[in-house]
Design a protein around this ligand. Structure first.
Ligand code: ATP
Ligand code: MG
Length: 435
């Protein structure tokens, strides 16, 4: 039985908390009656802080926040939770339905019973927890149509600048241009975990190492009881060296089979565990035929470019990875939107194809610089080929510094390409060349 005095001290303690250090994030969630709002995402992305940021600072007593990893809640059963609700109602008899926030919910066995009980009673419920046990698939099955899930990724560049207290809107962009350019370098190099952004240069490596270790140990090894640790390490090593590149399970299999105990199935499984744990994403090729889509190689992107300091760094690949993560943020509110890549049989490649219900909206190419005439031609030619093949006229080339609109004509193909510097694209700033 939970001690009521402890519970009341805990509940009131939350209401006295200093919320001033919490920096607002961009993610917008909408609480819907009868459905729990679930925040998922990689470890350390800021899920707990995000919940706290939703608290109305003028009326914190309207919230019942429970961190199930707090020692006073151990051990706990769904029935014990009634004592927590009782304690709250005794403290605040006038508030019939507090907004309930359940953090680290995976620590309670059968936690979904608590959530269903609260929803049936008319409470608004927010849930988050550690990614290892609170993955979207599981939440969906446990709550059977009674949840809406949102994903919180590490910081966008706009949020990153907010964390650094640097303004970029209007004239501030030009006023703070030198600082913003330097911060873009930091963003590409050390990535976008909130704590890494806030920490001093000397400790960033250590924090990232710790994040990577916990992610692999807790969310992949322990969760799936993996025996072939050596293979997992090899795949991780490969990923940290080959992000923003193609990955083919077949060629990895051929690479490892002489040296390690391995099957193609195991390689595919381990990659799916890494994806499930939000360590990486495997992007599919844009193909109309489902069969061709399945057999095509994928492109690999990391959850955070900071992690690649333990692999091999490359500015062009960091840029492409950062663009991918931003596209994920921009499309995540719309399940009909997909981000894929394109490659023709002659080898022309386009980094990103943005489509909605299968119709292509935009083609995006990312390249560090296109001063070199050969590179420039290659990137533009691929865009024109894809434009013709996929019936899309919105063509974008993101580089470090090129800006403008160019009408291109090559081999009888024509197209209008918008050139956007990465910094402006990430910040969503107008280039002055809008149609
Ligand atoms: N909005 C924010 N404002 C200020 N600092 C933040 C914010 N979000 C995250 N942080 C920093 O990042 C750290 C990790 O954030 P948080 O604990 O919210 O992550 P989490 O996703 O809940 O992690 P876990 O999966 O381990 O529970 C915090 O301790 C804090 O230092
Ligand atoms: Mg947390």
């Amino acid at each position: 039985m939970l001690d009521k005095t402890f519970l009341k001290r805990y509940i009131v303690g939350f209401h006295e908390r200093d919320f001033s250090g919490i920096i607002p994030r961009e993610l917008r969630v909408e609480a819907i009656p009868n459905r729990a709002t679930v925040i998922i995402g990689p470890r350390r992305a800021g899920k707990t802080y995000y919940l706290l940021s939703l608290v109305d600072k003028e009326n914190p007593e309207r919230y019942l926040y429970v961190d199930f990893e707090h020692p006073i809640f151990h051990p706990m059963t769904p029935t014990d939770f009634l004592a927590v609700l009782d304690a709250y109602h005794e403290l605040y008899p006038k508030i019939k339905h507090p907004i309930v926030m359940l953090d680290e919910v995976q620590a309670v066995p059968d936690w979904e019973r608590i959530v269903r009980y609260l929803l049936d009673g008319g409470y608004t419920v927010y849930i988050t927890g550690s990614s290892s046990k609170l993955l979207s698939r599981e939440v969906a099955t446990h709550l059977r149509g009674r949840s809406l899930t949102y994903t919180l990724l590490p910081l966008s560049f706009r949020e990153f600048l907010r964390f650094k207290r640097v303004d970029y809107r209007g004239r501030d962009f030009y006023r703070n241009y030198t600082q913003i350019s330097r911060l873009l370098e930091e963003y590409l190099h050390y990535g976008a975990y909130p704590e890494v952004a806030l920490s001093s240069e000397g400790v960033k490596d250590n924090i990232l190492k710790d994040y990577l270790d916990v992610l692999i140990k807790k969310d992949v090894l322990e969760r799936h009881r993996i025996k072939n640790i050596h293979l997992l390490n090899e795949l991780l090593y490969f990923s940290l060296h080959s992000y923003s590149k193609y990955v083919s399970f077949d060629s990895l299999y051929r690479l490892f089979k002489g040296r390690l105990k391995v099957t193609k199935r195991t390689i595919a499984n381990y990659f799916s565990y890494l994806e499930e744990a939000f360590a990486l994403f495997l992007v599919r090729k844009y193909e109309r035929s489902p069969k061709a889509r399945i057999v095509a190689p994928r492109k690999l992107y990391l959850i955070d470019t900071g992690l690649s300091i333990f692999g091999s760094k490359d500015l062009g690949r960091d840029m492409e990875n950062v663009v991918f993560l931003e596209l994920l943020r921009r499309t995540s509110g719309n399940p009909a939107m997909k981000v894929t890549y394109w490659k023709s049989s002659q080898g022309h490649e386009v980094d990103f194809v943005i489509s909605e219900h299968g119709r292509v909206n935009e083609l995006i190419q990312v390249s560090v610089k296109t001063i070199d005439e050969k590179t420039r031609r290659r990137e533009l030619l691929a865009l024109l080929h894809a434009s013709e093949k996929l019936g899309c006229e919105k063509l974008t080339l993101i580089t470090l510094d090129e800006e403008g609109i160019e009408d291109i004509s090559l081999y009888g193909m024509k197209g209008r390409v918008k050139m956007v510097p990465l910094v402006k694209w990430l910040l969503g700033l107008s280039t002055g060349f809008e149609e």
